[in-house]
Design a protein around this ligand. Structure first.
Ligand SMILES: NC(=O)C1=CN([C@@H]2O[C@H](COP(=O)(O)OP(=O)(O)OC[C@H]3O[C@@H](n4cnc5c(N)ncnc54)[C@H](O)[C@@H]3O)[C@@H](O)[C@H]2O)[C@@H](O)CC1
Ligand SMILES: [K+]
Length: 209
């Protein structure tokens, strides 16, 4: 299978945003809608959904997924981790939109009661992971993996897997499903990582041809 490295994917996205003039936030909305659509194959209104978002655009995707599902009546709680000074533009905008629709955003791992969670969306890191996870993000990954009763959906890449090297950097989320955009990512071609990705869906989200 054709599996793109992070650099190749960034290049491709840049060409869509410049040559095709597609705004980043439009790509993000379409990525989030594709993720929500795939999740709804197995979601029920009884599910308690916890979005675990980082401060970058993977987190932005997660915030948009949370707002979309919240607006469709699902039980959603959103956790955003990371240094607020480093939130990406799109992440900040998605937080503003989610709050405007009444979604509650928490910012510390301790504030989430994972014992009640039945579905986790892993939106900590996507193709931007560039070094081994440690500290709070590592605690979050371990918490997600310890929440045995939850189905775990990874947005784009399970957090902790680097698409630069196609390797786990420290530890990674063990996803039941990964929804990735445009192309398979470097690492998905490796047999030894199959159990980390779970079932993989590639969605062109309307722009990646
Ligand atoms: N570029 C775009 O407009 C789009 C990007 N998309 C999403 O955006 C993701 C890429 O977003 P970003 O480039 O913001 O990066 P990520 O959201 O993957 O990572 C967030 C930030 O974490 C930092 N980081 C890297 N390794 C770390 C570590 N070990 N510990 C702590 N922080 C670390 C980096 O500074 C990185 O910018 C994709 O995977 C996809 O989910 C999609 O929304 C499609 C549109
Ligand atoms: K992720």
């Amino acid at each position: 299978m054709k599996a793109l490295t992070a650099e190749e994917m960034y290049e491709y996205e840049k060409s869509i945003m410049t040559d095709k003039s597609v705004p980043s936030i439009v790509l993000m909305e379409c990525a989030a809608r594709a993720t929500a659509k795939q999740m709804k194959q197995t979601l029920s209104q009884n599910d308690r959904i916890t979005i675990v978002a980082g401060g970058g655009n993977n987190g932005g995707d997660g915030l948009a997924v949370g707002r979309i599902l919240h607006n469709e009546g699902f039980q959603v709680e959103i956790l955003v981790l990371g240094n607020p000074d480093h939130y990406s533009e799109q992440n900040q905008l998605q937080q503003k939109i989610a709050k405007s629709y009444g979604a509650v955003i928490k910012t510390s791992l301790e504030k989430i009661d994972f014992t009640k969670t039945t579905v986790i969306v892993d939106a900590l890191f996507g193709i931007g992971l560039s070094r081994a996870v440690k500290g709070v993000p590592l605690q979050a990954i371990e918490k997600i993996n310890a929440t045995k009763q939850a189905r775990v959906y990874a947005i784009d890449v399970p957090s902790g897997i680097s698409c630069i090297e196609g390797e786990i950097l420290g530890n990674c989320v063990m996803a039941d499903e990964t929804i990735t955009f445009g192309f398979y990512k470097h690492g998905m071609e490796k047999e030894k990582l199959k159990s980390s990705f779970g079932h993989i869906t590639v969605d062109d989200i309307g722009f990646y041809y």
